[in-house]
Design a protein around this ligand. Structure first.
Ligand code: F6R
Length: 339
């Protein structure tokens, strides 16, 4: 895949969300009436959809929602729980391992995948599946992976106002595309300007706990698209440990850059902690760059940050002369694993 093509796919997230909504409206899912917990299994670009959904819906989750990003299914996952297995390829071995354990324990399941072994299993065992379009890289298929997950929670009556919030997000993302999309020249494009500033640094990204999935997604996108190491931390937890390491970085250590994802939704105490850490560690790191979301709902705010930062990661790749579509090392590892 050409790198331009990949960037265009990332930029088309709002349209992808609309397509995903259309897919969801056509899929029939039969969810159990009474469950005591929801488990979401998924790795990498698929797993991040679970992280985002859990945070976006946090205020309305009436039962525990746990993420599984490993081979082992938690002991507490029983036939009274629901497992949502998310794997774009349908072949990720950690996710398949959790599904195999769930089968043995007779845990009700629903899948989100474009094919692979997960789709085969769904067919063979009559398990409900949201079949999403093939031909994407998982990290560029976030709309297809996330929307079905949110839709499942809507069916479970834990996502009130989902349609309105998605409508708000699509409008805001389309507006953002006109400001920071690939068609906007680098000197007028805020995402490009940020990319140029951080492209030779080790970005340290912080946000409130609620927005942490956006910080983590950015870290992963910098890793995969730009082949750049980065760190995502959660405020205020990081102020109880990492702050010491940050303060110890020598003045003028410009190989690090400090980024805060901020929102007026952050609690007053979190805002205060951010202001204090800015004054304590900002100077050492050449100042703090702050990024604000768009929109009112948590869903819109989260997705606007994800979208802006996805574009930053692609532009970092462009500035550094790296192909954002290429993930040779991950593919090599998967090949070795399959031997
Ligand atoms: C590649 C990517 C990876 C994959 C991960 C799991 O674009 O984002 O992080 O998402 O290796 O694979 P899938 O998503 O197929 O289960």
């Amino acid at each position: 895949m050409k790198s331009n093509e990949f960037i265009n796919i990332l930029a088309a997230l709002p349209e992808q969300i609309e397509k995903a909504q259309d897919i969801c409206s056509r899929v029939k899912v039969d969810l159990p009436e009474k469950i005591n917990a929801v488990y979401i299994a998924g790795m990498g670009g698929s797993g991040v959809a679970g992280l985002l959904a859990k945070s976006i819906l946090s205020e309305n989750l009436k039962i525990p929602v746990e993420l599984i990003r490993d081979y082992a299914a938690p002991f507490a996952m029983t036939k009274n729980s629901l497992l949502v297995a998310v794997s774009y390829s349908g072949n990720t071995e950690e996710t398949l391992s959790v599904v195999a354990q769930a089968e043995k324990r007779r845990v009700p399941m629903v899948f989100i995948s474009s094919g692979g072994k997960l789709a085969e299993l769904a067919e063979a065992k009559k398990i409900d599946i949201f079949e999403i379009p093939k031909g994407y890289q998982p990290r560029a298929a976030l709309g297809f992976l996330l929307i079905p997950l949110l839709y499942i929670f809507e069916k479970l009556k834990m996502a009130p106002g989902l349609k309105e919030d998605l409508a708000e997000a699509v409008i805001e993302l389309k507006k953002l595309c006109g400001e920071i999309g690939p068609g906007v020249s680098p000197h007028q494009n805020e995402a490009h300007k940020l990319a140029a500033k951080i492209c030779k640094t080790f970005p340290l990204i912080y946000s409130s706990a609620a927005l942490y999935p956006a910080a983590y997604r950015f870290k992963c996108q910098l890793n995969e698209n730009a082949k750049l190491l980065a760190h995502a931390g959660e405020m205020t937890e990081s102020n109880h440990n990492e702050i010491e390491g940050l303060c110890a970085l020598k003045r003028g250590a410009h190989n690090h850059s400090l980024l805060y994802l901020r929102s007026e939704r952050d609690s007053e105490r979190t805002k205060k902690q951010m202001e204090i850490t800015k004054s304590l560690v900002g100077a050492q790191l050449g100042g703090v760059r702050e990024i604000f979301p768009r929109g009112k709902s948590l869903l819109c705010q989260m997705l606007s940050l994800v979208y802006f930062l996805d574009m930053v990661s692609a532009y970092v790749a462009e500035v550094n002369g790296t192909d954002p579509a290429e993930i040779g090392t991950i593919l090599k590892l998967k090949k070795e694993l399959s031997r």
